[in-house]
Design a protein around this ligand. Structure first.
Ligand SMILES: NC(=O)c1ccc[n+]([C@@H]2O[C@H](COP(=O)([O-])OP(=O)(O)OC[C@H]3O[C@@H](n4cnc5c(N)ncnc54)[C@H](OP(=O)(O)O)[C@@H]3O)[C@@H](O)[C@H]2O)c1
Length: 249
């Protein structure tokens, strides 16, 4: 009998937000090489096309929509059906001393990092767009519990997402849908490069025993959570931080 790897995604359709850059882009590319049809969802068509050009195989799709405008989501999400997985990677980070934060900062960060994935999943569930056994992955961050200086709202947005994920996972489990969080440490992406210009991230990276992580190694963990190999994993957080968050030396 022919054996197929439980890590493969052949025949599956996977939606990926934030697919234009960094972790989302790496996840989309790897998912395509593992046999999936991918739907790249984002706001910047040109950047999404750059990802599209790196995918393996035909019949992938690009869907352009602004994820932080709740009134646009019903129309965007009504076109999705028979999804086997969804990865929510779209997000933003800003290092701001707490005394400097204002309502705009809080709204901007919470909007894309917390409200957007929650609203998107609500539409997927309401529209019955997810197949039985589908897997949802939220990209969170170890900041949600180590809370570095200048990251009060960013850390809170990811902590809120992880808390909500555990509750949503209970509600969708009756359809054998799984929901997990993937929590990276420092990953070499455009987001990281932007933050590195403004803060001494080198000092923090030096605290990571295995050093800075390349996006494709967050992607491999996302593939695991999407695949049948993680069939019994739900309501959990997979930490991929190069050893950063265990502080014993
Ligand atoms: N890099 C790290 O060290 C690190 C560590 C832990 C967690 N994370 C998390 O990993 C996820 C991906 O980050 P990354 O490092 O891959 O960053 P990135 O390379 O900057 O990519 C961010 C993605 O999010 C999208 N995005 C940002 N703001 C958006 C908005 N308002 N509406 C729609 N899309 C928006 C971007 O789309 P555009 O192309 O349209 O801008 C881009 O596709 C984020 O949730 C981040 O918090 C990153």
């Amino acid at each position: 009998m022919k054996q197929t790897s439980p890590f493969r995604l052949d025949g599956k359709t996977i939606l990926i937000t934030g697919a234009s850059s960094g972790i989302g882009q790496a996840t989309a590319i790897m998912a395509s090489y593992m046999g999936a049809k991918t739907i790249l969802l984002g706001r910047n068509c040109e950047k999404l096309k750059e990802t599209y050009d790196q995918l393996n195989g035909p019949s992938h799709e690009i869907v352009v929509s602004e994820l932080t405008e709740p009134h646009l989501l019903p129309d965007t999400f009504k076109q999705f059906n028979s999804l086997d997985g969804a990865v929510f990677s779209a997000g933003t980070a800003e290092v701001v001393p707490f005394r400097m934060i204002n309502v705009d900062h809080i709204t901007r960060i919470m909007n894309i990092n917390f409200e957007s994935p929650i609203n998107c999943v609500k539409h997927l569930i309401k529209n019955k767009s997810l197949n039985k056994g589908a897997s949802i992955v939220f990209i969170t961050a170890v900041a949600n519990h180590i809370s570095p200086v200048g990251s009060a709202i960013y850390s809170a947005s990811k902590a809120a997402l992880e808390a909500a994920a555990r509750s949503i996972a209970l509600e969708v489990s009756k359809n054998r849908i799984r929901l997990n969080c993937l929590s990276p440490g420092y990953v070499q992406t455009p987001m990281f490069d932007q933050l590195a210009e403004k803060t001494k991230l080198d000092e923090l990276i030096n605290l990571t025993p295995l050093g800075i992580i390349q996006p494709k190694y967050i992607a491999t963990s996302a593939i695991f959570l999407l695949s049948p190999a993680s069939r019994w994993v739900t309501r959990s957080t997979l930490t991929v931080d190069g050893g950063l968050t265990i502080g014993v030396r």
